[in-house]
Design a protein around this ligand. Structure first.
Ligand SMILES: Nc1ncnc2c1ncn2[C@@H]1O[C@H](COP(=O)(O)OP(=O)(O)OP(=O)(O)O)[C@@H](O)[C@H]1O
Length: 238
């Protein structure tokens, strides 16, 4: 059995006097795409922030490829795109991409960058402008390009398709599938259940601080005897 890319065991965290995470158990295998769904405020971002050790957990444990998450080395194999991605306004898109790759000890590869820009339909000329002039969708594409250009074994993407138009969403899904084809694992959150159904090998529904459902999209529909994923989700969080 390969080491899981990610393993959350009984993870709990109180926030503002409320148990936002109340014993989360969840695992992700290498080469798997897992979609995390939940209503607003369910704790999806909190769970990802705990994984990245941006906030403490009260109990439980989290391992990244078998290494306890709080060790800096544990996070070396992962790339993360936050929910609110704000690149430094004074940098051009090109400078930002180069800095992110340098920070990760990766050499900039002009061919790979050009292919990623094409894959996400991000105009190469835009990389010469400072990011303060970017639209919301362009900013999100830059964040996706910066994240997916990193050669990692695990990608953690918080609402990665937010602000993308339908064409860009389709391209984004292909780019994620390409990372999976290269053997990477992907954990992403989204409110777009149809996208999760199309893209993900498994979906997990976080509700009431726990994982209410964990399985394939088809199993989710079957378990709740629903017509589609949206109806199954509504039953899961009822
Ligand atoms: N630093 C904090 N202190 C107190 N409460 C917080 C803090 N950060 C988040 N919360 C609360 O924790 C809960 C979980 O928030 P979180 O952002 O993780 O949910 P989410 O599932 O990602 O939501 P959304 O779908 O709206 O992005 C919310 O009720 C939020 O208000």
């Amino acid at each position: 059995m390969p080491e899981p890319a990610l393993c959350f065991r009984h993870v709990a965290r109180q926030q503002g006097g409320r148990a936002v995470l109340a014993g989360v158990d969840l695992a992700l295998a290498p080469g798997e795409i897992l979609g995390l769904a939940g209503v607003n405020g369910a704790g999806k971002t909190t769970l990802l922030r705990c994984l990245l050790d941006f906030c403490d957990i009260d109990s439980g444990d989290i391992a990244i490829f078998g290494v306890p998450h709080a060790r800096p080395a544990a996070r070396q194999p992962l790339a993360y795109l936050p929910e609110r991605f704000n690149p430094p306004a004074h940098l051009t898109g090109g400078e930002f991409l180069a800095q992110v790759q340098a920070l990760h000890g990766q050499r900039a590869d002009a061919g790979a960058t050009a292919a990623m820009l094409r894959a996400l339909d991000l105009d190469a000329a835009a990389l010469r402008r400072t990011t303060r002039h970017y639209s919301k969708g362009m900013t999100q594409k830059l964040g996706l390009a910066a994240t997916l250009l990193l050669d990692k074994r695990l990608y953690v993407l918080d609402e990665p398709a937010s602000g993308l138009d339908p064409q860009a969403r389709a391209l984004f899904k292909r780019a994620v599938l390409a990372r999976r084809a290269a053997g990477a694992a992907v954990l992403l959150t989204s409110h777009a259940l149809a996208d999760l159904g199309e893209l993900c090998d498994r979906i997990a529904i976080l509700h009431g601080g726990r994982i209410r459902f964990d399985g394939t999209p088809a199993e989710c529909i079957g378990q709740f005897g629903a017509a589609d994923l949206e109806a199954a989700f509504l039953d899961a969080v009822a």
